[in-house]
Design a protein around this ligand. Structure first.
Ligand code: NAX
Length: 328
C-alpha cells in the first residue's frame, strides 16, 4: 500500500533508538496520514534489549504503526526500506584512540552501504546520525553508488536546533521566532554556527541581540559544546533531542521547508561556497518535492570563510583517515 512507509532504525537498542522509535511510530518523521512499518536493527549482542524495545513499541498501540520487526541481519533489515535512520555505531571506549573509533565506524558504514544498495527501495532516503556522522555518510555514499547522491545525508539538525534555542533564550523570545541560523561543516567541534543571516521575529538576529562579541564568542562555543554539557549534566549523551532532531530532518526533507526558511543538513557538496566537491558538509538547505537544495547566494564574510574552511579541512582529513583505516 502506498501510504505505508517502511522506516529502518539501526542501533535501535541504544539510547537514541529508545527515544526515536516511539516518535517515528507517532508519525513525527513521516507526517500525518502515513502508516509506519518499523524495522529495528542492532547487533546480536543487543538482541535481547532489542526484543524489549519491540515489546514496548507494541504495547504503545500506536495508531499509525502497522508492524514492528527486529533484526540482527542488516540485509534483511534493509529489505524494502523507504527511510533509513542510521544510528548504529561503535562508541568510544576508555583508552581508545580517535582513529580506532573512526575505523570501527566507517567499517560498519561500508558494510551497511552494500546492504542498503542491494535491498532498500531505489529511492531510499538515508540520514546518518552515528558519529563521525559526515564521514560515515560519505563512506556510505561511496560504497552504495547505485543510491542517488542526494539521498545520502547526515544529521546536523540537532546543532541547528541548539543554535535556534540559544538565540531564543538570549533574546527572551520563543525559539519558534528564530529562523535561518546555519550550521556549516562537520558535526564536530569545528562546526560553524552562523547567525549572520538569522532573524528573530523577522529582524536580523545581530540587531535584536545587539552583542556581536557574544554572537562571535560564547554563542559559538556553547552550541559547539552543547553535547558535552549534556553529558556533564545527565551523565549520558543527548538522546531525546537527537531523536527529535532526526524527526525534524526527515519531516522537512519529505514535506518541505517553510516558505522563506531553511534548515541545516549534512549533504554531499557540489562545490557551493567553495566547499570541496564530494565532502558531506552541513549547508543551509531548502527542501521541496522530497529533494533538498543548497541555499545559494548568501554573503560570507572573512571570519565565516575562515571557520567554514577549517571545518572543510577537518572533514577532508577525516575522510583520508577513514580510507586509510578501510585499506588496512
Ligand atoms: P548507543 O551506544 O546507546 O547506541 C548505539 C547502538 O548501536 C547500540 O545499541 C549498538 O549495539 C548499536 N550498533 C553498534 N554496531 C552496530 C551495527 N553494526 N549495526 C547496528 N547497530 C549497531 O549510542 P547512542 O547514544 O544511541 O548514539 C548513537 C550514535 O549517535 C553515536 O554514534 C553518537 O555519537 C551519535 N550522535 C550523533 C548526533 C548527531 O547530532 N549527529 C547527536 C547524538 C549522538 O551523540
Amino acid at each position: 500500500v502506498d501510504d505505508v512507509v517502511t522506516v529502518l532504525i539501526t542501533g535501535a537498542a541504544g539510547q537514541i533508538g529508545y527515544a526515536l522509535a516511539p516518535m517515528v511510530c507517532a508519525g513525527a518523521a513521516t507526517g500525518p496520514g502515513k502508516k509506519i512499518a518499523l524495522k529495528l536493527l542492532d547487533v546480536e549482542f543487543a538482541s535481547e534489549a532489542l526484543r524489549g524495545v519491540k515489546m514496548e513499541i507494541m504495547d504503545c498501540a500506536f495508531d499509525a504503526c502497522v508492524s514492528v520487526d527486529v533484526f540482527t541481519d542488516c540485509e534483511k533489515a534493509c529489505e524494502g526500506v523507504d527511510v533509513a535512520i542510521m544510528v548504529g555505531g561503535f562508541p568510544r571506549k576508555q583508552g581508545m584512540e580517535r582513529k580506532d573509533v573512526l575505523g570501527k565506524n566507517v567499517a560498519i558504514y561500508k558494510q551497511q552501504a552494500s546492504a542498503l544498495a542491494s535491498k532498500a527501495k531505489k529511492d531510499v532516503k538515508i540520514v546518518v546520525v552515528a558519529n563521525p556522522a559526515n564521514t560515515n555518510a560519505k563512506i556510505l555514499a561511496k560504497f552504495a553508488p547505485s543510491i542517488p547522491r542526494g539521498n545520502v545525508t547526515c544529521m546536523t539538525r540537532l546543532d541547528h536546533n541548539r543554535a535556534l534555542a540559544q538565540l531564543g533564550e538570549r533574546s527572551g523570545k520563543a525559539t519558534i521566532e528564530v529562523k535561518n541560523a546555519i550550521i556549516w561543516g562537520n558535526h564536530s567541534s569545528t562546526q560553524y554556527p552562523d547567525v549572520n543571516h538569522a532573524t528573530i521575529e523577522g529582524k536580523p538576529a545581530r540587531e535584536v541581540i545587539g552583542n556581536d562579541a557574544y554572537l562571535d564568542g560564547d554563542f559559538v562555543d556553547v552550541v559547539r559544546a552543547r553535547g558535552a554539557a549534556i553529558i556533564e549534566a545527565r551523565k549520558l549523551s543527548s538522546a531525546l533531542s537527537a531523536a527529535s532532531s532526526v524527526c525534524d530532518h526527515v519531516y522537512d526533507w519529505i514535506h518541505g521547508t517553510k516558505e522563506g526558511e531553511w534548515t541545516s543538513m549534512g549533504v554531499i557538496s557540489d562545490g557551493s561556497y567553495g566547499v570541496p566537491e564530494g565532502l558531506v558538509y552541513s549547508f543551509p538547505v531548502t527542501c521541496t518535492g522530497g529533494k533538498w537544495q543548497i541555499v545559494q547566494g548568501l554573503s560570507i564574510d572573512e571570519r565565516s570563510r575562515k571557520l567554514m574552511d577549517e571545518s572543510a579541512k577537518e572533514l577532508t582529513e577525516e575522510f583520508e583517515l577513514a580510507e586509510q583505516c578501510l585499506a588496512e
